[in-house]
Design a protein. Structure first.
Ligand SMILES: C=C(O[C@H]1C=CC=C(C(=O)O)[C@@H]1O)C(=O)O
Length: 421
């Protein structure tokens, strides 16, 4: 099923170089309709809506790819920069299960991009781009949201631990090797949640992650599902987690993760699922022999940076590549279909766009998609005061439900800190 805004005739899109600028991209965003993909001060922010597509069904991503190709063909683009992210751009937040959930694609009226220190603005049609150079006043974005009230999401912690225990038994019975189980947490504030305040705090605290916002789903993900730059493909696969500690305890936890057979097994399923899915499209694929440690303020992960080169003559676009690799065993499990069924049986919630691909795509086919993790959906309920937070964990043989619950709490704390500060 597809719901697109009414098709418009040829539209013009103009990119203008702004040169070196220092204004943090996230401070340019308006309160409504914030779109963002920013890491270490570079990336894209956007606002306004020149076009949108909501799509669901077994061919959702192929339909979205055709829609974007058609829109680009009808666009009269002036793009003297010609770098990834300049010219026409669409932001996307794809459902965890695109066949059943709704994926959203938004073409902003204004995009401000920054790459290698150079800033540009891209404007659709006659849209007003004044905002592109006027940063949000700190007071405007920093308004206190008052007290926060938390409530269980679909499952309370005890029931969720029961689900993890059931998953371990199914794994030990030989039904599958790994499943990722997630939980949600509801939070209601005294005053409406301002996405800019949350994004600025996430970006400040987690500079090594990709801070994103699309259609009310905001977060700071450390996991890059797929980036396409010309024929180069990059991914950062994460699976296997340990909390941070203080002083010597932190070193002990890091050494524990580096030496954990369970976490390495959990990681290997995720890397294999991505590599196997990419292989038909590439003539080179570099997968590190051993994962490294990615250290974030709240957790450490086992991480593998995978690099590939798309085969010459292979015309598969980024959205189709995303459809081919998603869901990896970092968010679903192994084997994929069995794990997806078990998630449906045990998790008791609709993931929506949590753990789905999120990012952007340009008219050349370059783009970046992360996995929507360490995130929350601003539900719009309670007059914009409510958010639904998500966190999940890979479950393999030997996983301990209490330790997994603690891991979700540590992961949830990333967004909670941004809310509470
Ligand atoms: C599913 C999540 O994390 C995944 C990514 C990194 C590490 C993970 C883990 O160790 O379980 C998960 O596979 C989440 O943060 O909600």
């Amino acid at each position: 099923m597809t719901m697109a805004a009414e098709a418009t005739d040829a539209t013009s899109v103009t990119t203008t170089a702004l040169g070196p600028r220092r204004t943090p991209l996230l401070t340019l965003l308006p309160a409504e309709g914030a779109l963002a993909w920013v890491r270490r001060g570079e990336g894209l922010v956007g606002w306004g809506e020149a076009d949108r597509l909501e799509v669901t069904g077994p061919h959702a991503l192929a339909e979205a790819a055709a829609w974007w190709a058609d829109r680009c063909a009808r666009t009269d683009a002036h793009d003297p920069l010609g770098v990834p992210g300049s010219g026409p751009v669409v932001f996307a937040s794809i459902a965890f299960d695109p066949a059943a959930g709704t994926s959203v694609f938004v073409v902003p009226e204004v995009v401000v991009g920054r790459r290698d220190g150079q800033t540009w603005v891209t404007v659709a049609g006659e849209a007003d781009d004044d905002r592109a150079v006027v940063e949000t006043s700190p007071q405007e974005a920093a308004t206190s949201i008052g007290r926060l009230a938390y409530a269980d999401g679909a499952l309370d912690p005890v029931t969720w631990c029961g689900a993890v225990g059931a998953a371990v038994r199914r794994i030990d019975a030989g039904e599958l090797d790994k499943v990722v189980l997630a939980r949600d947490l509801l939070v209601t504030a005294d005053r409406p949640l301002d996405p800019r305040r949350l994004l600025l705090r996430l970006a400040e605290r987690f500079p090594d992650t990709w801070t994103f916002a699309v259609e009310g789903l905001l977060g700071a993900t450390p996991e890059l599902l797929l980036r396409r730059t010309g024929r180069h493909l990059d991914a950062r696969v994460l699976a296997g987690t340990a909390p941070r500690g203080a002083g010597a305890d932190d070193d002990r936890l890091a050494a524990g993760l580096a030496g954990s057979v369970k976490d390495h097994a959990e990681h290997a399923y995720a890397v294999t699922s991505l590599a196997d899915a990419l292989r038909p499209f590439v003539d080179e694929l570099h997968v590190p022999e051993h994962p490294s440690l990615l250290t974030l303020p709240n957790v450490r992960h086992l991480a593998s940076d995978v690099h590939g080169r798309q085969r010459d003559g292979d015309g598969t676009g980024l959205l189709e590549l995303v459809a081919a690799v998603h869901p990896t065993a970092a968010v679903c499990g192994s084997p994929t279909a069995t794990a997806a069924r078990l998630i449906g049986e045990l998790e008791g919630m609709d993931r929506g766009r949590y753990a789905g691909p999120v990012g952007w795509l340009d008219a050349r086919g370059d783009g970046e998609f992360g996995l929507a993790l360490r995130c929350a959906e601003l539900t719009g309920a309670e007059g914009g005061r409510q958010a639904r937070l998500f966190a999940g964990c890979g479950i393999v043989s030997g996983s301990d439900p209490i330790a997994e619950l603690a891991e979700t709490q540590t992961k949830l704390a990333a967004f909670q800190a941004a809310l509470e500060d």
